[in-house]
Design a protein around this ligand. Structure first.
Ligand code: ZN
Length: 271
């Protein structure tokens, strides 16, 4: 047993007994771990509001290498991501990368670069004025790179030719687009427009915080989101049926149904 110190993103919490919590964390130095926080739910808890999902914390814990469940000693908040927790849209977005990491990262698999990617994604979702949905798209593209399925959007997987202005077919098994000359027998995949290929390529290359400046119209957004989800799920079994995506679809379809004038009434407009 060793007393270990690290930073973490709280991915998920669940109740344990009357007063305790088990936290699923993605840590900077130990990958994903589960820790028991004794007494975290009691009124006099010394942890206060520190142990909530989608927060950035510093912690000290008792680390037992052979055990699945670790024990929390101390925790302090580094960033509460206050704006993210106040707005439903931001919270729904932040839930996606957290659930992906929670589902797919094996216990104890260490990847500090992924920790920083997750942290910057939440920081952008919390702090950006607008366009923060692109941070989730950029996270997804980068996550595929971290998982060994780096997508290729700029050059044909077969001959290396640059993409043309009329878009191209992205072959999931090849992890990149293929030009007409190289297509041969097409596998499972999706036709992508040149605009979407360019944007996805940018998300892969540029610093994550710049993704919010990229303009994405409604049709491009739908095309991109369909592609990202299909490509991730083609390669990674655990990313099927993400609750955060199901939830997002639900609140989005509700927003579409509400008529503008009823919406105005809801906000107390007179006409
Ligand atoms: Zn080619």
């Amino acid at each position: 047993m060793a007393l270990s110190k690290t930073e973490a993103i709280v991915l998920r919490t669940r109740r344990q007994g009357e007063t305790s919590k088990i936290l699923s964390l993605y840590t900077q130095h130990y990958g994903r771990i589960s820790v028991m926080a004794k007494g975290a739910r009691s009124i006099k808890s010394r942890y206060g509001g520190v142990l909530e999902p989608q927060t950035h914390i510093g912690l000290v814990f008792y680390r037992y290498e052979t055990r699945e469940l670790q024990y929390l000693s101390q925790a302090e908040i580094i960033s509460p991501f206050a704006k993210l927790h106040e707005q439903l849209g931001r919270m729904a977005m932040a839930a996606i990368p957290c659930e992906m990491v929670e589902r797919n990262e094996a216990n104890g698999h260490v990847n500090p670069a992924l920790f920083h990617l997750l942290l910057s994604t939440l920081t952008v979702i919390d702090g950006a004025e607008k366009g923060y949905r692109n941070a989730v798209r950029a996270f997804m593209v980068r996550y595929m790179e971290h998982s060994g399925f780096k997508p290729e959007f700029a050059h044909c997987r077969g001959c290396g030719q640059k993409q043309r202005s009329d878009g191209a077919f992205f072959d999931f098994s090849k992890g990149g687009f293929v030009c007409d000359a190289c297509s041969g027998t097409l596998g499972e995949g999706q036709k992508l427009s040149a605009a979407v290929l360019e944007r996805l390529h940018y998300f892969l290359q540029a610093p994550l915080e710049k993704s919010v400046q990229v303009s994405v119209d409604a049709a491009q957004g739908r095309e991109m989101d369909r592609f990202l989800l299909s490509y991730m799920q083609y390669h990674i079994e655990t990313l099927h049926h993400l609750n955060s995506i199901i939830y997002l679809d639900k609140i989005q379809s509700t927003l579409r149904i509400v008529k503008p004038d009823e919406q105005r009434k809801q906000y107390g407009d007179s006409e």
